[in-house]
Design a protein around this ligand. Sequence first.
Ligand SMILES: Cc1cc2nc3c(=O)[nH]c(=O)nc-3n(C[C@H](O)[C@H](O)[C@H](O)COP(=O)(O)OP(=O)(O)OC[C@H]3O[C@@H](n4cnc5c(N)ncnc54)[C@H](O)[C@@H]3O)c2cc1C
Length: 312
Amino acid sequence: MDKIQENIPLAQFTTFRIGGPAKFFIEVKEKDDLSEAIKWAKENKEKFYILGGGSNIIINDKGVDGLVVRMANDNIKIHGERMETQAGAVLARAVRLAMGDNLSGLEWAAGIPRATIGGAVRGNAGAFGSSMNDIVETIEVFNIKKGKFELFSHKDCCFDYRESVFKKDNNYLIWNAVLKLAKGNKKEIESAVNKFLESRQNRQPKLPSAGSVFKNLPIDYLKENNANIADLANQAGVIKDGKVGAGWLIELAGLKGKKIGGAKVSLEHANFIVNTSQATAEDIIMLISYIKQQVRNRFNIQLQEEVQYLGF
Ligand SMILES: Cc1cc2nc3c(=O)[nH]c(=O)nc-3n(C[C@H](O)[C@H](O)[C@H](O)COP(=O)(O)OP(=O)(O)OC[C@H]3O[C@@H](n4cnc5c(N)ncnc54)[C@H](O)[C@@H]3O)c2cc1C
């Protein structure tokens, strides 16, 4: 395939600004390019990896030994209350277009930088009590095993907290999404977007990061593993939608500001790790494992990563 490039640095495609080069790299805009790229990788016995906006990802410093497919299909069309958006479209643009058409349902996503619709669907991205689960109507995927495109209903997606069928089964590449929004009031939509942007402005670090590193924890899990911590969370009023923020626990463990190499637990939000200057993926991974070990040793609580690893 002549569109496939070699030895392309990947750090530029991530919000962490970290990661070595892809042995092979392609940006896909058309369905044929996606199916042919996957076929090429299979025929050439190369592994392949999908990259969206790179806003929830840690890429190996040594690079990625295989074909990295970057989703560049980014058309968005609005029909009444439905938004048809390709997987490579940036979520923030979808928010703006929805706002322009007085459509409500995506306000919560304002201020998430660079994330694509595909990445957001796969991880059921969400904030402020809402998530993709609330608005996805259908998803078109490329089925790798069958080598063809298929349609998934909302039910087929099996959304859960930061989970979906697409995260559990790498056989599906998200190509397109139909989102069901609702006609709303222009002023109310704008005011919600501004409120969420302001909230992010105050608590989101400015240095490069990949958003929340760990998943928040169900209060029932805390009760089972450490009743004292569960009580403390209750008293502190930090239980939201039945979950306790991982950042609250990390701060409680005294890890805010902890640094390994160029990676640091953010002072603004302890569930963010920031790249202070020349952090490597290794620095980030060492800090992640240090945090997990400390929280486990001190509180008997196991943190789980929300960030995804690519090329390890
Ligand atoms: C400052 C900041 C704030 C953030 N705030 C939030 C937040 O409030 N809520 C939240 O949920 N997340 C948040 N995030 C994390 C991130 O933006 C989301 O997880 C986002 O959905 C990831 O999308 P992406 O396109 O960047 O995916 P990537 O990081 O490129 O990829 C993530 C995973 O999805 C896979 N993938 C990507 N596209 C596809 C596709 N089309 N088909 C199949 N697999 C695919 C990749 O292979 C990878 O495994 C934040 C990140 C940052 C940097």
